[in-house]
Design a protein around this ligand. Structure first.
Ligand SMILES: [Zn+2]
Length: 268
């Protein structure tokens, strides 16, 4: 039986702030019991290039996403890891849910996650796109969490990506020192806990093997904001927790563009 993958992307998360706040118990326990490595993202530390690298396994030069406008991008030739899993094995079911439209919405710029309309029509690929830029991420992340928990419980897709942006939005509005950022982290952590428990229930019920992975695309400067090459903006991480199986034996030092292939190797 192949390992099922759930990658959770938490935009703009400073891991140390989350752990020191003691308001992210789900994240802390995954880090404690899982594989952990620091990642150093390349500048510009923006979500467009950052997620494009993490999700497609490409360098900035390869995917040519230089900012959040995506003009001149090369993503049609740099398929995301859901698509690559499907191309490896055409029985693979995939799921993506995000409130930042460039990641998932074919109506706008990007998207980083390919639409794959034929597989969507065949129920092999399901994409949930919401608009947190318009409606705010506190509300939209909660919707993304609910629909993703439902998808995990009911379908248990083979390879999934679920994305939360509440913490990044709070960082931009209020900076990352103080209560607002930590409150947002705490809300995202509760979404993480729900997803974790949905997977644990599947593992108990169906004896499946799962790998739950958490990462971020960049940090923030103290007053909020990112894009430059300071260590705090470039700081990312990977946590990978095996559920119903061992943790992955990835090396202690990996590059952001390595993650997609490492994930796919766990399915081989
Ligand atoms: Zn941001």
């Amino acid at each position: 039986m192949k390992t099922k993958i759930l990658l959770i992307g938490i935009d703009g998360l400073i891991l140390n702030t989350a752990l020191e706040s003691k308001r992210a118990p789900a994240l802390a326990s995954l880090k404690e019991s899982g594989y952990y490595a620091e990642l150093t993202m390349d500048a510009p530390t923006l979500s467009g290039p950052g997620w494009s690298t993490l999700l497609t396994g490409s360098t900035h030069a390869q995917h040519a996403v230089v900012d959040n406008r995506f003009s001149g991008h090369n993503l049609l030739y740099r398929p995301d890891f859901l698509s690559r899993a499907y191309y490896q094995d055409q029985s693979t079911t995939t799921f993506a849910a995000a409130g930042w439209p460039p990641l998932v919405d074919p109506a706008g710029v990007g998207p980083v996650i390919h639409e794959r309309r034929e597989q969507a029509r065949a129920n092999l690929h399901r994409v949930i796109a919401r608009d947190g830029e318009t409606y705010g991420y506190e509300r939209v992340d909660a919707e993304i969490a609910t629909v993703s928990v439902f998808a995990m419980e009911k379908f248990g897709p083979d390879v999934s990506f679920v994305y939360f942006c509440d913490a990044d939005e709070a960082g931009h509005s209020h900076g990352v020192i103080g209560a607002h950022y930590v409150e947002a982290i705490s809300r995202v952590d509760s979404h993480l806990a729900r997803l974790h428990s949905a997977i644990e229930q599947r593992v108990g019920r169906y004896k499946e093997e799962w790998l739950m992975i958490v990462t971020t695309d960049h940090g923030h400067v103290d007053e909020g904001g990112h894009g430059s090459d300071s260590p705090q903006e470039r700081a990312s991480f990977v946590i990978a927790k095996g559920i119903g199986r061992e943790n992955p034996k990835w090396s202690a030092k990996i590059a952001p563009e390595d993650l997609a292939s490492l994930i796919l190797d766990e399915r081989a």
